[in-house]
Unconditional design. Sequence first.
Lengths: 413, 458
Amino acid sequence: MARIRDLSIEICGVKFPNPFLLSSSPVSNTAEMVARAFDAGWGGVAYKTIAHDRTKIIHPSPRMAPFNYENKGLVGLQNVEQTTDRPMADNWSDVRWLKKHYPRNVLIVSIMGFSLQEWVELAKMGEDNGADMLELNFSCPHMTVEGSGMKVGQAMELIEKFTSAVRKTVKIPILAKLTSNVTDITVPALYAQRGGADGITAINTVRALTEIGLDDFVPRPNISGKGAMSGMSGPAIKPVGLKCVTELAQCRELKIPIIGCGGAETWVDMAEYLLCGASAVQVTTGIIHYGQRIVEDMAEGLSDWMDERKFKNLSSIIGKSLKNVVSTDAFDLTRQGAAEFDLEKCIGCGQCYIVCQDAGGQNLGWNSKKRRPEVNSERCLSCMICSMVCPVDGLITYRHVPGKKEVMPARMK
Amino acid sequence: MKTWRESETLENTSDMERGWPLALAVNEAARCHLCHDAPCSKACPAGTNPAEFIRKLRLRNVKGAIRTIKENNILGGVCAVVCPTEQLCQKGCVAAGLDRAIDIGRIQRSLIEYGWQIKFNPVESADARPGKIAIIGSGPAGLSCAAEVARNGYKVEVFEGMDEPGGVLRYGVPSFRLHPDFLDRELQDLKALGVKITCGKRIENGGVDKLLAKGYDAVFYAPGTWKPVEAKIPGSDLKNVISAREFLASMRNNRQKSLTAMVKGKNVAVYGGGSVAMDAATTARALGANKVYVIYRRSLREMPAAKHDLDMALANNVSIRTMSVVTELLGENGCLNGLKGCETDWKKAGDTSAANLVNVPGTEFRLKVELFISALGYQPEKETGEAGKLLKLSAKGLVETKKDGVSTSHPQIFAGGDIVRGPALVVEAVADGKSAGKNIVSMLAKAKKLPVSGRGGK
């Protein structure tokens, strides 16, 4: 049995047993599922967004489609899932049951009102039914109810208005869950902070079109002959999530903690989100792909890495990379380098030669007899694409070459 | 690996291993390094070009991948099944430098089967052109030549001596390795090109010369070699001493019942180390033989059998006795009841040729066997020499060709496959047919003053 470190962390005054949370989504739809997730090791949940019974929610059918790449399935996931379609009474009953049976796990309840009054009512019900925190869903990019979800997250005054109304209603901490489908995510975050939010969750799914059917010309998922711009999740959007979390964490005016979300599946993703300033990370697509059990590997992997790197606790990881994320004009352009080849390891596929010819600096030659690249580091652009296609780990590495000038292609003769 | 239960019959399509569903082929293709100047493509005698069809599969150009295979090798499905890929395309596979070679054969086969599933016809023929050619033999060489010539718009007639087309593919390879249904499906692609195959028509004395006289513009001679090389061992005249050719062909001639009676519960020895020997041994086990031995004079390393066929024999509990020769067949009342053998060794270390073998005194052994199958290869039949005065034969009875391996001393006669090479691989016969086809097409274009069309594989 692996030795798991103390991974607990305090966010907005609430103690989380670990930073691994289910996000508000199909994976947090019922108490039964969430209970099993807690048993499996998840520290908390953002319970699937509860909306008011006044508006009947019907999910489009089918509601999800995969984004596959070569033989790899679910690199991304496209969905038109809505807020919960369960009656409020069932959900609040489940929320109460969870708090009663799992008092140590953090119960964040996600809510979405379709009017100011509904935001207030839902917030009150959330607090009364035992939620540790509320998460205001300002970010679902494909609500079938006009003027809700992401539409709020793109209208700054509404964010502040709704947050402020909830703030006045409840004492428990409030998170604003924001959309990345804006020019600068720090702007809505600051409006949420002004409205009284205690933290930010970022990001929700990214508005996207993943695939068009070549047989029916309909985007996926195909809902009786039509598709829609809708939310994409999964590893493909992790870079967008990391970007947004970093922007939020680097924003001086923003003083509240951030819970990261977007494409995290492994402890490595978790560590990256923490390094970029997230205090905890929410997960859905990873569970849709592999099940709740992935939390074991998150906990074990993160513990081992913390041991290796001698981190005492989670807080010492959070935001550690922020000082290294700079604007591009801050680079030292006097340092140039080259790709270095350890040809002892080479198996002779020649992909490095192909990409150097077709997309790089035409620096590599090819010895067809030996089936090995011929390396000329003087003309190497150090773009490093050769290393990206090389199938052998560690064969091609970047090396700084002191005194080397930048390399430019010659004119055509 | 599939093992045969005694109750299993061979004449069942499901006996033959299937290719992968397309998604699994994509999986395997994803391991490919898409090499520059790929060794696999350089290694295929028929130029099937695995590097190109794997790249096409990777880039979701599935029809293009099938087209690459079939345009380059009209028997792409058959070759994918019977080819000793580990000795050819997969031998130089760069992926082996990391773990193991790409299973090119299985990817190829899966693509071909997928094409059949979606009813994709990858090979189209050009507009009809004046000119007709005759092909003798419907084995891999003949069929591949037929495809090459027919898709360029010329008329092709194939003459086959047996009842059904395919030659060695039908009568020499057991159905668990290559089922006749699979072969027939691949032959449909040829027939779609307009190739006419006439079966049950053996070429009589002077047949090749007569075909030219009848007005065929060219003749491709590819009858194969069908006469088993006899084991020169005392006792070869005993009853129940047969050749692998006779044994395997009987499986196709509805004589399976009498064959089963001959084998069931008996001990069988197979002499030889090629794929045919393995096929015979596995078949004997499948028919209910008790013990089956394969006796081979050299070591496993020199064994010419495809790895797949050896594995199949081993999985079916065939005992492989390498570095051993049979010295005498023993009998009682004219009927075989055992054999005497002896172990061999190399006279000079490092030379693994057959000529360097020597029997080791004191290692003599006896086996109790009731059937002896010799699988020592094939040689030309007597009829080859009589097929035409225009054919020049070597001392071994093989047809002599020019440097290109397929042109003969007569400008309108071409030859290929085993009848030129002696014992060779299916894919080599395909290569000969293709090469002869190209020669014939350019000859016909010149003779009819037509441009050589751009059709045909590279």
